[in-house]
Design a protein around this ligand. Structure first.
Ligand SMILES: NC(=O)c1ccc[n+]([C@@H]2O[C@H](COP(=O)([O-])OP(=O)(O)OC[C@H]3O[C@@H](n4cnc5c(N)ncnc54)[C@H](OP(=O)(O)O)[C@@H]3O)[C@@H](O)[C@H]2O)c1
Length: 394
């Protein structure tokens, strides 16, 4: 094992013959499957100065002599063990929007693809979305978040976990989501996972000062976030905005019967939503965290392209479809008829909270602005999302 460590380390050094290095990457199995960053001030070739690693075991001085001797070993061990050496990234929700986006983002980034080996989690490995993942070369493992033993097994030898939980609008929503959210991080702690990324949401109850008490589908994610922060595990949080896809579904334009359409909701037209192309973009946020966990550790990053008012959303959909689409504010008792009964209180309180306090609380615009530095730059606009999805109104 020691030879393998040095071989990997020095193999990278050998590639750096041409100049002065301030930072190099090397694979070392201080902990199997861990890729670490090695920093060395003025690391010049042929004589190497002190190398500081995150793995104290291998803090050492290396000489050219060592390079040549150990370089020979690399041919025998490093390439054969490349797969074992890369860090295992366990992705929950892999067959859905969020997890699927994380997987796409990692596979699209050569550096991340090299660093991480994805383990996609699904309850049913034979479903088409799981088969499609396997066809992309991704390991697919069956586990159910409701089954503690299965998630503990799924996290064996994992380095990083991306965790999300599904929202099912019924009476058990809060107890179930809390149990799943806590169970996932408990399993990660037990498996000695190095970095844990959780898809959270802001607490409606907290930011509304207790005015809106039915937004428990948001509140519960925030509770799980608080719980994770108290555990002995390095963590970071991505807080998705409103999915753009909801305007292709439940919140989309309805025909008014005269060739025109309306988006209807309980809020005033100026109410702003931070929109996110979830499948396209949430993975880009997570990719940044995977590339530099230290930078994001402990942070909650809002994931959205930008704020759009309900009026703007109707206008953009009108322009893309070539139809007249208005935004119409409706009283809650009218809107209730269009929302499934088990979700109506939650959805109405959530929308009114967005109107009165903002999605991420009273400083939503500022929160989004301040997070720009930590956010990806190539995010999908709502217009691009509609065009990409070939959205039309017939
Ligand atoms: N709609 C919005 O505007 C919005 C905004 C912010 C946040 N959110 C949140 O986003 C979440 C939904 O994310 P999404 O759209 O990515 O989900 P999704 O596309 O509906 O996919 C759900 C994923 O969860 C997995 N899953 C469900 N139950 C599971 C279980 N018991 N064990 C293991 N895996 C399980 C499913 O895997 P298998 O079926 O393959 O097992 C699937 O991959 C919800 O929590 C929602 O609150 C939504």
């Amino acid at each position: 094992m020691a030879n393998l460590v040095r071989a990997s380390l020095l193999f990278d050094l050998r590639l750096s013959e041409s100049g002065i290095w301030t930072e190099i990457r090397a694979l070392t199995p201080c902990q199997m499957g861990t890729q670490i960053i090695i920093k060395g001030p003025d690391l010049t070739y042929p004589r190497l100065s002190y190398i500081e690693t995150e793995c104290a075991q291998y803090q050492t001085r290396l000489t050219v002599h060592g390079v040549f001797v150990i370089y020979l070993i690399i041919f025998f061990v490093d390439f054969r063990h490349q797969a074992i050496m890369s860090k295992i990234l366990v992705v929950f929700g892999a067959t859905g929007n969020q997890g699927g986006s994380v997987i796409n983002a990692v596979l699209a980034d050569p550096a991340l693809k090299d660093q991480y080996r994805i383990r996609a989690i699904t309850r049913n490995a034979s479903k088409p979305a799981a088969v499609a993942l396997r066809e992309k070369g991704v390991e697919v493992v069956e586990a159910d978040v409701a089954n503690g033993e299965s998630i503990r097994k799924a996290m064996e030898n994992a380095h990083t976990v991306f965790a999300m939980t599904e929202t099912i609008h019924d009476e058990e929503l809060v107890t179930r989501d809390l149990a799943h959210g806590k169970g996932l991080v408990d399993a990660a702690v037990a498996a000695n996972v190095s970095f844990y990324i959780y898809s959270t949401l802001p607490s409606i109850k907290h930011y509304s000062g207790g005015k809106y008490l039915h937004g428990d589908h948001f509140d519960v994610k925030s509770k799980v976030e608080d719980y994770i922060k108290k555990q002995n595990i390095k963590s970071a949080f991505v807080s998705p905005g409103s999915f753009m896809s909801i305007f292709l579904e439940s919140m989309g334009p309805a025909p008014l019967g005269n060739g025109t359409y309306a988006i209807m909701n309980v809020v005033i037209p100026q109410t702003e939503l931070p929109l996110l192309d979830t499948l396209g973009d949430i993975g880009k946020f997570v990719a940044l965290m995977l590339a530099d966990p230290k930078k994001y550790e402990g942070k909650v990053i809002p994931a959205a392209t930008k704020l759009y008012s309900m009026q703007q959303i109707a206008q953009i959909m009108g322009e893309v479809s070539g139809k007249e689409i208005r935004y119409i504010q409706q009283p809650p008792e009218v809107m209730r008829k269009f929302i499934p009964a088990n979700a109506a209180d939650r959805v109405i309180d959530m929308m009114l909270y967005f109107q009165d306090f903002g999605y991420y609380g009273p400083n939503t615009a500022k929160v989004l602005e301040e997070s720009q530095e930590l956010a990806p730059k190539n995010l999908t606009t709502f217009e691009e999302f509609l065009l990409k999805n070939k959205w039309t109104l017939s």
